[in-house]
Design a protein around this ligand. Structure first.
Ligand SMILES: [Zn+2]
Length: 276
């Protein structure tokens, strides 16, 4: 299911209906010609008033309702991006989708890496991550980096540790099996709180100054807050207000504008927790 494609296709019947309406009115002699309605029709005389929204002004004789202009360029969204520009399956792609159900291929993939504040990330992430940290500082918010790239081998020991501690079912709630972690792509970063460091990696992080700043601003810098409370069934992960995933500014801002929540939904990739 792709909600954005569905939303866009829904505008086409509307445009057809508008065209049919104009044609009908034209036959009644009220307009001179039946011409295709341009996608971005110039505003009619009612612009700025209620007539522009499709309702007749109350102090006029009945007039055909003026449809709201359809200007698709005003709201470029995921469907206006070339969604084939980057692969959702190539582990080196900034749009790769990896979750509990969909592992990296190969599972022991190692990306190109560089460092930001001593943490390893893919080179494509570095400039925007640095800019985001600087922007937070300008707002008086000091974000710390707590984790970034983690290798397949590291994830083996991390996941096994959780399994020993909690059992597999509970471990699957909090840790990714090896090959299934976004951290292995070098595109994910865990951020920390300088004002309430006790909340790092904890649910209370989302309520910290730093957590709130992240939620409000990450998309401006090409990141997604990947594991939010409303998409647990899709991602398969409990909420993590500290885990941000780089996808680039075009996709992140487009998703934000269109309220598309997850990579799984955009790219039709299975997610969720296969253990449930
Ligand atoms: Zn993380």
């Amino acid at each position: 299911m792709n909600p954005t494609r569905s939303a866009r296709s829904a505008t086409r019947p509307l445009a057809a209906a508008v065209l049919a309406f104009v044609c009908l009115v034209g036959l009644a002699g009220l307009v001179a010609a039946c011409a295709p309605v341009p996608a971005a029709a110039p505003p009619g005389p009612g612009i700025g008033g209620v007539a522009a929204a499709g309702r007749a002004a109350p102090d006029r004789a009945p007039t055909p309702p003026t449809p709201a202009p359809v200007d698709e360029t005003a709201h470029p969204g995921p469907t206006d991006l070339d969604l084939t520009a980057h692969s959702p399956t190539d582990p080196a792609s900034p749009w790769v989708v990896v979750n509990r159900r969909t592992p990296l291929d190969p599972a022991d993939y190692v990306p190109d890496l560089t460092t930001v504040r001593g943490y390893l990330v893919q080179p494509v992430v570095a400039a925007d991550l640095t800019a985001m940290l600087a922007a937070a500082e300008q707002d008086g918010v000091h974000l710390t980096l707590r984790s970034a790239y983690r290798s397949y081998g590291y994830q083996v020991s991390t996941y096994d540790g959780w399994v020993r501690k909690l059992g597999r079912a509970a471990a699957d709630k909090v840790s990714a099996p090896p090959g299934h972690s976004e951290h292995q792509t070098g595109l994910a970063v865990d951020l920390g709180s300088s004002t309430q460091p006790a909340c790092d990696f904890s649910p209370c992080f989302a309520g910290t100054v730093e957590g709130r700043w992240i939620a409000a601003h990450v998309t401006e810098f090409g990141f997604l807050l990947r594991y939010t409370p409303d998409v647990v069934d899709i991602t398969g992960y409990a909420p993590e207000g500290w885990h941000v995933r780089y996808v680039g500014r075009d996709l992140a801002s487009s998703m934000a504008r269109h309220a598309v929540r997850t990579l799984e939904e955009i790219f039709d990739v299975p997610g969720g927790n296969p253990g449930e």
